[in-house]
Design a protein around this ligand. Structure first.
Ligand SMILES: [Zn+2]
Ligand SMILES: [Zn+2]
Length: 323
C-alpha cells in the first residue's frame, strides 16, 4: 500500500496537515481529499445585501435625477396643451420605442432582429430616457436576470421597496461590479461604445430644440415631466412587478404580472412571463395581458422591419396555474 506523502509546501495546506495527523492514509483517499478541499476553496461566499448609505451615493446621478424631479414642480405654472402633447409623444418614442422595444427586447434579450438603422435609431431614442447608455443599461438588466431577488441583484425590492424602485439608481454597486462586463456583445460595436459614452447628448440637444420652439413650457414638460414619468414607469417594473400581482409561471424569484405596471411601461408589467421566457418578444401571453410593445413588433414584422421574432410555444390550457 502506498502512503500519502505531503506535496511541496503551499500547494494545498489542508492535505499535508491531514496527512501528518493520519500518516497511514491510503493513496486512494488523497484525490477525494483534494476534491473536497478544492470544492471548499471555490465555494462563493454569500454576498452582503445592498443598503442605502449616504456615503455611497453617486452624486452625478443624484443631481440629475433630483433636478428632473424638481423641474416637475414648475410644470403646473408652465402648462399648455401643446406641451402635454409633446410630452406624450416623446413618452412613447423614448419610453415605448427606445427603452422597452430597443434597450430591453432588442438589445438585452435579442427577441427579434431589425435593420441596423432602426436598431441604432431605437438606441438613440432610449438614451433620451436618461437611464444610462445602452451598454450600461443592458449590463445592469442582464445582472438582474442572472441574480434576481438575491443579494447580487442590483435592484430587488426584497432589500426594501424604495431600494428596488429608485435608491439603487443613485447608489454605487455594493459589490463594485462593472455592469458593462455583462454586455460584451455590445462592447464589440464601436457605434454602441460611442453612444454609451455620450448618451446624455441627445437629451441635451432635444432640450435645446424644445426650448427654442416652445419655450420653458415645452422644455419642462418634454424633458422633466416626460423623463420623470418614464423613470417611475421603468422603476415600477423592478419594484412593483417583483412585489404585487399574480404569477403564470413558477420561477425561482419573486417576479409578478401586474396590469397597471403594464399600462405605464408599454407591456413590461407582465414581468413573471418575462422572467420565465426571457427571450420572448411577447410579454403579455394570455388573451387579456395587453402588451403594446408586442403589437409594435408584430406590426414591424408585417411591414418587413423585424425578423427572427422569438415567441415560445406556451399552452395555458394544459398547464396548472403557478402558486
Ligand atoms: Zn425582474
Ligand atoms: Zn429582461
Amino acid at each position: 500500500m502506498t502512503l500519502y506523502r505531503p506535496g511541496p509546501p503551499g500547494q494545498n495546506p489542508q492535505i499535508p496537515a491531514l496527512s501528518l495527523l493520519h500518516p497511514s492514509l491510503p493513496q486512494f483517499i488523497v484525490p477525494l481529499m483534494e476534491a473536497h478541499a478544492k470544492e471548499k476553496e471555490t465555494v462563493k461566499p454569500i454576498a452582503p445585501a445592498p443598503v442605502f448609505r449616504f456615503d455611497e451615493i453617486k452624486w452625478t446621478h443624484m443631481t440629475a435625477v433630483g433636478i428632473l424631479h424638481i423641474g416637475c414642480l414648475f410644470a403646473p405654472f408652465f402648462f399648455s396643451w401643446s406641451a402635454v402633447i409633446v410630452a406624450a409623444v416623446l413618452y412613447w418614442v423614448v419610453g415605448g420605442l427606445g427603452v422597452t422595444l430597443g434597450y430591453h427586447r432588442l438589445l438585452t434579450h435579442r427577441s427579434f432582429e431589425t435593420h441596423p438603422v432602426i436598431r441604432y435609431a431605437l438606441t438613440i431614442f432610449a438614451t433620451m430616457a436618461y437611464q444610462g447608455g445602452p451598454i450600461q443599461w443592458v449590463g445592469n438588466h442582464r445582472m438582474h436576470h442572472k441574480h434576481s431577488d438575491t443579494n447580487e441583484d442590483p435592484h430587488s425590492p426584497k432589500h426594501g421597496f424604495a431600494w428596488g424602485h429608485m435608491l439603487w439608481v443613485v447608489t454605487k454597486d455594493h459589490l463594485r461590479r462593472d455592469a458593462k462586463v455583462f454586455a460584451k456583445d455590445l462592447k464589440r460595436e464601436p457605434g454602441m461604445v460611442f453612444i454609451n459614452k455620450y448618451f446624455y447628448m441627445p437629451q441635451v440637444i432635444l432640450g435645446v430644440i424644445l426650448f427654442l420652439i416652445g419655450g420653458w413650457s415645452w422644455a419642462i414638460w418634454g424633458i422633466a415631466v416626460r423623463t420623470v414619468v418614464a423613470y417611475h414607469g421603468t422603476w415600477l417594473v423592478n419594484s412593483a412587478s417583483h412585489t404585487w400581482g399574480y404569477r403564470n409561471f413558477e420561477t425561482n424569484e419573486g417576479s409578478t404580472n401586474n396590469w397597471w405596471v403594464a399600462m405605464v411601461s408599454w407591456g413590461e408589467g407582465w414581468h413573471n412571463n418575462h422572467h420565465a421566457h426571457q427571450r420572448s418578444a411577447r410579454h403579455g401571453m394570455r388573451w387579456f395581458e395587453f402588451d403594446v410593445t408586442w403589437l409594435t413588433i408584430r406590426f414591424m414584422k408585417m411591414v418587413g422591419l423585424a425578423r427572427k421574432v422569438y415567441v415560445p410555444d406556451v399552452d395555458f390550457n394544459s398547464r396548472p396555474p403557478a402558486k
